[in-house]
Structures are given as C-alpha cells and as structure tokens.
Design a protein around this ligand. Structure first.
Ligand code: GLA
Length: 390
C-alpha cells in the first residue's frame, strides 16, 4: 500500500471501528530478498529490500492498560490487557502484537494502552515477512502511544527478539532489518557477521521483479528451519575450532574452504557448501547491480534456487515446478524460491515486455498441474516502516 492508501483506508476504517479518528498512522512493509538465503543466522551476506506490499496501522492511545485491535481485512477484532500474556487465547495475529509489547517491556520500556486498526496488501505467511511487518508496525504504534521514540535499528532488534523469544523460530536478522531500514529504490547489502550495511541502487531498467505466491503455506517448518540453522552453525564451528581462521568473515571469504570442509560429517557438508557459495553469489549479484548486468544476475538467482533445493533441502515440489516453468518461459532471466522455503513464494526477474504473458502462463500451468491459484505481484524497494501524516 502506498502512504495515500494507508491514510485514506486506515483513517476511515479506524473511525468506523472506534467512533473517533486515529492520532497516528504507520506504513509497515514486507521484505523481499533478492539473494542470500539461509545465510543470515550464521553471519552471512544478504541483499533484501523493504517491499511496496505492506501493512498499514492506525492508532490512538487509550488511558487504561489494554490493547483493542480491529483487523479490517478479516472483519474481526480482539483485545487484551497489559502486560500481555502470549499464551492466553486470542487471535493468531495478536500474538505478534503481544510479543513485541513484551519485548519492549523486557527492555525497560513502559507501554501504555492503545486502540489499533490494521489492514494491508501484504500476503500473510507467504514468505514475504508479514510477521516482521506486523511486529514493526506494532512497535511504532506502541512507541507513539507510550511517548517512546526508538531509532530504526533498535526497533529492528526488539522485533527480532520478539520473533525469536516468543515464536520459536531461531531466525536471523534479515527480515526485521530490511523492513525497518529499507529505502526507496535501494537494496540493502547486509553483512550479518558485522552488521555493516551498504545501500545499493536497484536499477531494473527494462525488467521487473515479480513474486509468485504458491499458496502453499509453510507447515511444520519451524523445526526444519531450526534444524538447518543448527547444522550450518555446527559445520562452521567445527571448522573454526581447528584454528586456521581467526574470524567467521575470514573463513567465509577463503577460496580454499573446501579443503577444510572435507573432514566434516557428510550430513553437514552440503549445508556448508550452500552457505559459502551463497555468500559468493551475493557478492556477484552486488557487482551485477553496480554494472547493470541483469542477464548475469538472473543466472545467479537461478543458481541460488538450485543450491537451496539440492544442498540446503528447503524447497518443495510446487516451488521447484514454479521455478522450472519460469525458467522455460520467454523473457524470464532468473527465478528462485524466496524466504525460508517449505512453501511460500518464488521471486522472478522478468523482462518488462514479457511480464503479462509470464503472469498468465505461469498461473495457468500451475493451476493445471496442482489445481492451485498462484498470485503474482510486482515488487520494488520502498521505505522501511515509517509514520504517515494524517
Ligand atoms: C526467514 C527468516 C530469515 C531468513 C530467511 C531465509 O525469512 O526469518 O531470518 O533466515 O528465512 O533466508
């Protein structure tokens, strides 16, 4: 949603729900990751941006310690007392709100009551970080309603803490960083080992980025995700313990890492190979962006998919099908699964003049093969979570 839409729909929706206008509006984007998948939690490189698809919030402080929230898309509401208890019954989405408020409180911030209305065009649980968008939007509303002011980095860290502590996913920092720190027309090259961020212009000239939502939702994926993380960490720490490298960055950048990997247990070798090579692909992709080589960028994006499928084992048949069919379609430069995998979406780099035919063709082929309606969205870099004037 753009800021104008947030201002009109959320102001109206809030006023209808609570009988009074809101005092503050927030636009909170999702995350698109160009490349650098399953590397953030082990200190790798990632290249994400904040998306044009987002969740809008309207808020008004309330005197008593209670949060009332209307989910305008669902036509349903919920309310809970402060301090919140995550385990108490309530709507699934409200758990993210409670998690962020708890994380704020555990960091010493006093959070007061508020009325909230929430609505967006960001698909939920589709691999575009709707959870980070919900968390950051909630955090900003809570800040306003409680007279707090956090900088975007602190905000990202608090929301990341909420995600890890309260939802059992041992995720990395990529989603919250991208959603909080994103900028229009730029991708963020984030070194998750050092926290260093470089902003790189995304000039797609005759191409577009399209997300294809497979409509297959991640199931039982938290445990698989956490297992991948443990395996990758184990591989890295075994190599580091041999003493050849004094830092993770040194190890990550060494071109002779394969010699070190040879003695690792077999189950860990493909995980490490993905980690090292995906970091290399992020560097190459960055070069492609800097010198406008979109053909090569597309090939690197596809290599990332093959690695996620064959070495990291986080793909599923539907995502492989979407990627294979995309790569066989005229005008598609690159395609890969995006996000954690096990369901969710693919990201496709497509020449502009082929966008319409690509959309029709991929949706038809997917419907015929799986009986599912894929949904396609054009995505581009937008501003991270921000206040919108009323
Ligand atoms: C999820 C996590 C991120 C990252 C990706 C995979 O989106 O939240 O931290 O690990 O998966 O790259």
């Amino acid at each position: 949603m753009d800021d104008k839409e947030v201002a009109s729909t959320l102001t109206l929706g809030f006023s209808q729900s609570f009988g009074t206008p809101p005092e503050i509006l927030v636009n909170s984007p999702g995350r698109i990751n160009l490349i650098g998948e399953h590397t953030d939690y082990c200190g790798g490189l990632v290249l994400p941006f904040a998306s044009n698809l987002s969740i809008g919030f309207a808020a008004l402080p309330r005197p008593e310690p209670r949060v009332a929230v209307e989910y305008l898309d669902l036509g349903e509401g919920d309310s809970f007392a402060l301090p919140p208890r995550i385990e108490e019954r309530g709507m699934a989405s409200s758990r993210y709100l409670k998690g962020v408020i708890q994380a704020l409180q555990s960091n010493g911030y006093r959070v007061g009551g508020m009325d909230l209305a929430i609505m967006g065009d960001l698909p939920i649980e589709a691999g575009m970080s709707s959870s980070a968008a919900l968390e950051l939007g909630t955090c900003m509303c809570a800040e306003f309603c409680s007279n707090l002011r956090l900088d975007p980095l602190t905000r990202a860290k608090i929301c990341h803490q909420a995600e890890r502590e309260y939802f059992g996913v041992q995720c990395g920092i990529m989603d919250q960083y991208a959603c909080a720190l994103g900028e229009r027309e730029r991708v963020l090259l984030i070194d998750c080992a050092t926290g260093y961020i470089e902003r790189i212009p995304l000039k797609l000239d005759g191409s577009a980025l399209l997300v294809c939502d497979s409509r297959v939702r991640r199931e039982l994926s938290n445990s698989a995700y956490n297992l991948r993380r443990r395996e990758c960490e184990e591989a890295i720490s075994l190599i580091m313990s041999r003493g050849k490298y004094s830092s993770l960055v040194e190890m990550r950048e060494d071109s002779e890492w394969e010699m070190e990997a040879e003695n690792l247990p077999l189950r860990l070798q493909p995980r490490l190979k993905h980690f090292i090579e995906e970091n290399q692909r992020v560097r190459w992709a960055t070069e492609c962006l800097k010198n406008g080589d979109l053909e090569r960028l597309g090939k690197i994006i596809y290599q990332s998919h093959c690695s996620l499928r064959d070495l990291y084992h986080v793909s599923i048949a539907q995502l492989d099908f979407l990627v294979d069919r995309a790569m066989a379609t005229e005008g598609v430069l690159g395609s890969r699964l995006m996000g954690a995998g096990f369901g969710g979406c693919t990201l496709n780099l497509v020449l502009k003049e082929h966008v319409d035919s690509f959309k029709k063709r991929i949706a038809a082929e997917y419907r015929e093969r799986y009986g599912l309606e894929a949904v396609l969205y054009e995505v581009y870099p937008s501003e991270g979570s921000h206040f919108v004037s009323i």
